[in-house]
Design a protein around this ligand. Structure first.
Ligand SMILES: [Zn+2]
Length: 85
């Protein structure tokens, strides 16, 4: 499954969650929460993005503690396109 290359959210197999490019076409890499009309909605650092995502991930996976969610993302995020450089 593809994940948003900014927040790590699963994009699923529909276009429902995809962000948009400047010309209105869909972005293959980023979700609509992160990316709109060719720009990132929030100018944040990777650590800020992780902190923002912790409660969302815990809500999606109640068996996971905030600490476990944070360390999972600290492992995963450096490999995402937005944070790789
Ligand atoms: Zn995203």
């Amino acid at each position: 499954m593809e994940h948003c290359q900014s927040c790590g959210m699963p994009l699923g197999d529909t276009e429902e969650w995809l962000g948009s490019e400047r010309d209105g076409s869909l972005s293959p890499d980023y979700c609509k929460h992160c990316y709109d009309r060719g720009e990132f909605r929030a100018r944040v650092t990777m650590d800020q993005m992780i902190e923002f995502c912790v409660p969302h991930l815990v809500a999606a996976r109640p068996e996971m503690s905030p600490e476990a969610a944070r360390s999972l993302m600290q492992e995963m995020f450096p490999r995402l396109k937005r944070w790789r450089s």
